[in-house]
Design a protein around this ligand. Structure first.
Ligand code: ZN
Length: 127
């Protein structure tokens, strides 16, 4: 596995990308699908991390719902209906929506900064 930086913000290899060394240190099983995830340890700061640490869905208890909720939102389903169909609480659906909104917001900001998108402000219509 190849990682580009240490996830610990206090570690010097959080920003410095050269000569970083980490070692494999066992694994853990996720609660949602019981798949083994390798765990690693930074040799500089001693903090443990895994390949899931670098994911957008890090610390999600039900990451398998992200794609499903996105599909249902795209087809115009209400939050209450999604919660009933997926057999989860509506709060989970709301949190998934906020998670996806943040990802999209970052993607738009990145595109605006790189010049791919020619606007700096997007106005929504509520009529
Ligand atoms: Zn470190």
């Amino acid at each position: 596995m190849k990682f580009s930086y240490c996830p610990n913000k206090k570690c010097k290899f959080n920003t410095q990308l050269k000569d970083w060394i980490f070692t494999k240190k066992g694994y853990y099983k996720t609660k949602w699908n019981a798949q083994p995830v390798p765990r690693y340890r930074c040799r500089e700061c001693g903090k443990y991390f895994s390949s899931h640490t670098f994911r957008e869905s890090y610390c999600h208890k039900k990451p398998y719902l992200n794609q499903e909720v996105f599909k249902w939102y795209a087809s115009g389903t209400t939050q209450r209906r999604m919660a009933i169909v997926m057999e989860v609480s509506r709060l989970i659906i709301i949190r998934k929506f906020l998670f996806m909104a943040e990802i999209v917001r970052k993607a738009y900001m990145r595109r605006i900064e790189t010049g791919e998108l020619k606007t700096s402000l997007v106005l929504g219509s509520y009529c």
